[in-house]
Ligand binder design. Structure first.
Ligand code: ADP
Ligand code: MG
Ligand code: ZN
Length: 651
């Protein structure tokens, strides 16, 4: 690495060059300004003969004479009629020199002049320097110069912000260079993602001792593509590589290649690779590469600039010699739209999957983020990790911060478990909305709805236990919710579990019907989720008796909540809809049965919930078990409960 070289290159575009150009422009502008002003304001003067001058005195045509060292200035008498401007100027005590006729003549040591002037009563004087010449020079030259230069500077700065690199900098690579000390991120800061770290470690190791690899004849991979959902730590991983590798690290976001001028992106790519090869060994990191790497055969919205940039990138990746030690990393969450040419061996031939973290990963990420937060000793991060299935690193970082903010709001000096749990809920359901007052009737409906979910959960075998039930409204629209807490991380779901989950989802609406005989809009989200799950079960998971294991739908954009695409005929789609409805109807019926069989528990727990607004899973189970044991005395009811349990499985 040659640091000096880099420093020169890293000068901002408004560096030396443009300083001089601006200076020259400003000087020229100031000269023009001064000439223009003096020619506009200077009185018009005419040269006359000395003899004519004497004649004019004798004819009484002169008002005033100014005797300067080398010439005599002559002011003729007013010619009578005055314009309004003149009158106005006079009113303000000013003299309009521009309209007076002025003459001058050479100076002659003429002894007769003064007596003659006295005789005719003509005023005479000699010019006095009213103003300070330094001040005058400053006002006329330096000030405008500074002003004009300042204007240029501001304009060019705002332009360069908009277009990147200023007028002079179009086409220059804007890659930021990160060195170890600058990112301050190392693999220790990236929790979980062990597989990704392992792959990247190999690259780092290659940059450190290439001999180890070349001795065997192994070639260094040219590029690696980090692929995964947003917020899983792809950018963070790349920065960590920079920290670990201790080599120059050029980081650029895909969108930064694309400017309003065609060809700029391509020249940026060229420039970037030139800089990189001068600094080899080094790492180039292109974040969000899908901005330029989109497949070229996409007819809709084809984009010349992007294609040129991509072509240049492909060419450069082929062109450079990987033995020199330039490694290209890129990150994207849309690998499916990338051009195939980018992905072939010899380009981004290595794909590093950065998945959503599992239970262990989430716990590790939480540990990383609580490092700088004061935590109460009894905080149990394992529990938080359990409650946040599906959350990515960015969510967890956010949660820890929310918890810390809440602790401050509550006037505590450390974060306690309750803060963290509340933060989890804020992320899932939004903030509590204390000022929304529900009418008693609505409160009752919401309470029964939520307890309906909870009871279905308690009765079904394959569901996670209830953690909390609340009817405090939340900002994201929920009027209440039931939180379930898994006891362990699950990676697979079997059909029974899906059926149970559907039953739980539909039990909210079922409770409204069983208790009040009404249907409310509160169940819309439940229905949406249940429908999607039921549809997946049939079209994607192959769990339908009618269709068997045919894949009827697929998901596009797996890493960003993808759209589903149907792969079947319209007739089949209609049949799928029927099947989905059948499944949902059966589950709904099961839910109604469960609630009718547990009517006493439903009433009792709902009353308790209306009074408390929020109850824990433990309180819920206590009441539920109490009601059950009371019912056990009555044998017939006990049989009913038994039957309910069987109901769940006979689907
Ligand atoms: P993306 O995958 O979208 O590029 P980022 O790398 O920008 O995600 O991650 C955003 C933030 O989330 C990081 O700054 C970090 O605080 C946090 N984060 C994400 N993944 C992890 C992880 N595995 N370990 C620690 N923090 C993480
Ligand atoms: Mg990113
Ligand atoms: Zn619900």
């Amino acid at each position: 690495m040659n640091d000096n070289n880099n420093k020169n290159k890293k000068l901002p575009p408004s560096g030396n060059n443009s300083f001089f150009i601006f200076l020259i422009i400003s000087v020229v502008a100031t000269v023009i300004l001064n000439v223009a002003i003096s020619s506009l304001t200077a009185p018009k003067t005419k040269e006359i003969l000395y003899s004519d001058f004497v004649q004019m005195i004798k004819n009484d045509e002169i008002e005033e004479v100014v005797l300067a060292a080398d010439k005599i200035q002559v002011i003729k008498k007013d010619s009578g009629s005055k314009t309004t401007t003149e009158k106005l100027l006079k009113l303000w005590g000013m003299k309009d020199n521009t309209r007076q006729e002025l003459y001058y003549t050479g100076y002659i040591n003429d002894q007769r002049l003064l007596p003659l002037l006295d005789e005719k009563g003509i005023k005479y004087s000699t010019p006095i320097q009213y103003s300070n010449p330094v001040l005058e020079f400053f006002l006329a030259w330096i000030l405008p110069l500074l002003f004009i230069y300042g204007m240029f500077f501001l304009v060019s700065r705002s332009l360069s912000k908009k277009m990147g690199g200023g007028i002079m900098g179009v086409g220059q690579s804007k890659a930021k260079m990160y060195m170890e000390s600058k990112t301050g991120v190392s693999f220790r800061d990236v929790a979980g993602q062990e597989e990704a770290k392992e792959s990247l470690n190999e690259i780092v190791d290659f940059l450190h001792n290439p001999m180890k690899y070349t001795a065997i004849g192994a070639k260094q991979p040219k590029g690696a593509l980090l692929v995964g959902p947003p917020g899983t730590g792809k950018t963070l991983l790349a920065k960590a590589v920079a920290g670990e590798a201790n080599v120059p690290f050029f980081s650029l976001s895909g969108s930064e290649f694309v400017e309003m001028f065609v060809g700029v992106g391509a020249s940026r790519v060229r420039d970037l690779f030139k800089q990189a090869s001068q600094n080899a060994p080094c790492i180039i990191f292109i974040d969000e590469i899908d901005a330029i790497g989109k497949s070229r055969d996409n007819q809709l919205g084809s984009n010349d600039e992007r294609e040129q940039t991509l072509n240049q990138l492909l060419a450069e990746m082929d062109g450079f010699d990987s033995s020199k030690g330039v490694v290209i990393l890129a990150a994207t969450n849309r690998p499916d739209v990338l051009d195939k040419a980018l992905l072939r061996p010899g380009r981004f031939d290595r794909r590093i999957i950065v998945e959503k973290p599992d239970l262990k990963g989430r716990e590790a990420i939480l540990h990383v983020h609580v490092k700088n937060v004061k935590m109460a000793p009894e905080v149990d991060l394992h529990e938080i990790a359990l409650a946040t299935s599906g959350a990515v690193g960015a969510d967890l970082a956010n949660m820890v911060n929310e918890a810390a903010l809440r602790a401050v709001r509550m006037g505590r000096s450390v974060v306690i478990q309750e803060d963290l749990m509340e933060a989890v809920e804020v992320i899932i359901a939004g903030k509590e909305k204390k000022d929304r007052i529900l009418s008693d009737n609505e409160k009752k409906l919401v309470a029964y709805h939520e307890v309906g979910h909870a009871l279905a959960t308690a009765v079904s075998k394959n569901t996670d236990p209830v953690q909390k039930i609340t009817i405090v409204p939340r900002t994201m629209g929920a009027l209440g919710y039931t939180m379930q807490m898994p006891e362990e991380e699950k990676y697979l779901m079997n059909k029974d579990e899906i059926i149970d989950e559907l039953t739980v989802l539909l039990a909210g609406r079922a409770a409204e019907e069983v208790a009040f005989g009404v249907k409310t809009t509160g169940a819309s989200n439940d229905i949406e989720r249940a429908t999607e799950l039921a549809r997946n079960m049939i079209t994607i998971y192959g769990m339908s008796d009618k269709f068997g294991m045919i894949g009827l739908e697929s998901i596009q954009n797996r890493y960003l909540d993808g759209r589903r695409v149907s792969n079947c005929s319209q007739e089949t789609q209609a049949a799928v809809d029927d099947e989905v409805r059948d499944v949902l109807e059966k589950c709904h019926k099961t839910a109604v049965d469960i609630l009718e069989n547990n009517r006493t528990a439903l009433d009792r727990i709902s009353e308790f919930l209306i009074e408390k607004e929020t109850i824990t899973g433990k309180e819920f189970m206590e009441i539920f078990n109490k009601v059950k044991s009371e019912n056990l005395l009555d044998e017939q009811t006990a049989d009913d409960v038994q039957e309910t349990d069987n109901n769940l499985c006979d689907f």
